[in-house]
Ligand binder design. Sequence first.
Ligand code: ADP
Length: 254
Amino acid sequence: MRAALRQFFMRFFKIELSNEVREQRIDVLSQASLREEFAANVSHELKTPLTAISGYAELIESGFTKEEDTRRFAGEIRVNAERLLSLINDIIELSELDDGYSEIEMEQVNLYKKAADCVSMMKLQAEKQGVSVFLEGEADCMVLANQNLIEELLHNLCSNAIRYNEKGGKVTISTHYTEDKRVVLTVADTGIGIPQKYQQRVFERFYRVDPSRSKKSGGTGLGLAIVKHIVARHNARISLESEEGRGTTIRIVF
Ligand code: ADP
């Protein structure tokens, strides 16, 4: 009886073990393929603006362009150079966040104050798009966080809420405490919304629902991937609620 029991456990254990080993292997393989896919995406994303810059520069260099065209081409070179800069900044940011060993400095941060700074910084961009930005909530919401990362998180969420909005639209940032004393940040907009089937995918690197709208508004496709990493670094939770044509609300619980 004992031997049978032992055999049963041995067998059971072996199966468990081989499953575990297999899972680890799958994990390593899928991480490697994710990295490869990211590298391929990065080269593709960088090549596009660089090809445009080099093409327009070549046209100007030829000396045959009319003055008005020369100006237009110079404008294209500037826009594409700016795009390249934002891409490089975001890629560096992501790879720093991805580096699990790097230490980040945590301190008590007043989230409401950071949100207020973000609102005043985004004011001009919002006005240009005919969107109003509001700030609500409790003024003393303190979180243990990294200052720079919190600024980046607020900026990315607020910028999305403005860019994927329409004239006359609203953005509301709010901070408050839950009953069990957790700090909650929400960024809600009355914009174009995200169809249900894409709602999980928008956190993936370089995933965009409408690539041309994203690019036209200066997006890199990395904003929400960065947000997701920042949230993870703070042991916080993020959720998204959205309805096409009605708007999006992103909620982070610290
Ligand atoms: P991007 O630089 O393209 O804005 P993000 O990673 O910030 O990249 O967002 C990924 C995609 O998710 C966007 O391209 C857009 O399609 C969608 N998205 C993000 N935020 C919003 C929002 N507030 N409303 C509607 N769509 C959004």
